[in-house]
Design a protein around this ligand. Structure first.
Ligand SMILES: Nc1ncnc2c1ncn2[C@@H]1O[C@H](COP(=O)(O)OP(=O)(O)OP(=O)(O)O)[C@@H](O)[C@H]1O
Ligand SMILES: [Mg+2]
Length: 353
């Protein structure tokens, strides 16, 4: 439905320097899809949204919506709406008038407007709050007003720029589920921006990982988590263990590989060859205390409620290994000698080191 090809945007700073905010970005968004742009501050997420909404011009490339070139369409004529982090509500207007304002400006008659406002408020669960002012609402309720205002004109595509970042953790998690449900109910495509990886994994059909104006990887949350393409995506998508290894030998289905310090790991042999250098990813939840595996000592632990994160120094030396286990009476303690067992099949080899 949305097709972005070769999008480029280069800003000139007041000092005359150049910032490449978007560097040949290609992205397709399907009808009804929930796509999340994920990446560190300054990687170009907002610039990409602004290029789609028409508030930012591109220096190269095209944006098409249902086949039509959007560059010829003024921002307010595009069937696209945006929800901003700051809500940007009018403080002197009632909630209902805030929500219906776009229709008012377009000259939609009062009866039709009131009907749509009441539908939109119902959709976001604020039916009885239409006469309040934004200042008389909680942060989560204000965010819902901003949503109602964005969906009232029935856009084909909704852009959401970190809409939940001002909310506390509990409310944010509740709103994540609500937004996902709302998107399914409305049947329109959402492009959602966040720099919170957990939020991206929870909500999205597909995640687009960005870095310095470029797309590093696009995939389902599971693909991105289990099969990150490179070190940047691996590290951005969650705490993990990365091992630089050299393959020593192949034994049947397994390849034996070693770190520079001498820690040995077993990997699936498929595609590996002797002497090859590989970068392997082993997630903290894929390791558990066992009878054999990587030998080491528990250096410290962090209590997280039901889970416990322990940091293990390998006997052979090298970086501490992070392990997530359940807390309980038999949980490993600082100073314990431990073996970290794992299933070699869960080791992921980075295709691009
Ligand atoms: N008008 C501008 N002039 C110069 N540089 C700009 C301008 N707007 C954005 N930039 C730069 O372009 C890059 C991308 O900015 P953008 O706002 O798209 O990042 P972002 O991914 O949304 O970051 P954040 O997570 O902090 O919101 C940044 O390096 C930023 O400093
Ligand atoms: Mg931004």
């Amino acid at each position: 439905m949305l097709e972005i090809r070769g999008a480029r945007r280069i800003f000139t700073t007041p000092e005359g320097g150049k910032v490449t905010a978007l560097d040949r970005v290609d992205l397709n968004v399907d009808e009804n899809e929930f796509v999340t742009l994920l990446g560190p501050s300054g990687c170009g997420k907002t610039t990409l949204l602004r290029a789609i909404s028409g508030f930012e011009m591109l220096d190269g490339g095209t944006v098409r919506l249902e086949g039509a070139d959007l560059s010829k369409l003024a921002p307010f004529r595009r069937p696209i709406n945006t929800v901003f982090q700051s809500y940007a509500l009018f403080g002197h207007m009632s909630v209902a008038r805030n929500v219906g304002y776009a229709l008012e400006v377009r000259g939609v008659d009062r009866a039709a407007r009131e009907r749509k406002v009441s539908d939109a408020l119902e959709t976001v669960g604020l039916s009885d709050m239409g006469s309040r002012r934004p200042s008389q609402l909680s942060g989560g309720q204000r965010q819902r007003v901003a949503l109602a205002r964005a969906i009232i004109a029935e856009p084909r595509l909704l852009l959401l720029d970190e809409p939940l970042s001002a909310l506390d953790r509990n409310l944010r998690q509740q709103m994540q589920l609500e937004l996902k449900a709302l998107q399914a109910r409305l049947g329109i495509a959402f492009i959602f921006v966040t720099h919170d990886q957990e939020e991206a994994l929870t909500m999205s059909d597909r995640v687009v990982v960005m870095r310095e104006g470029r797309i590093e990887q696009i995939g389902t949350p599971r693909e991105i988590y289990r099969h990150p393409r490179n070190r940047f995506v691996t590290e951005f998508i969650g705490e993990t263990n990365i091992f630089a290894l050299t393959v020593d030998r192949i034994e049947g289905d397994l390849a034996r590989a070693r770190t520079a310090e001498g820690t040995c790991l077993s990997l699936p042999a498929a595609g590996r060859s002797r002497g090859e250098a590989v970068t392997a990813v082993l997630r903290p939840e894929s390791l558990h205390p066992g009878a054999e595996g990587i030998a080491g000592t528990v250096m410290r632990s962090v209590y997280l409620g039901s889970d416990l994160v322990i940091f293990v120094r390998p006997e052979a030396g090298g970086a501490e290994i992070r392990v997530t286990t359940r807390d309980g009476a038999d949980a490993p303690m600082t100073g314990d000698a431990i073996n970290l067992a794992y299933d070699p099949a869960v080791i992921h080899i980075l295709e691009d080191r």
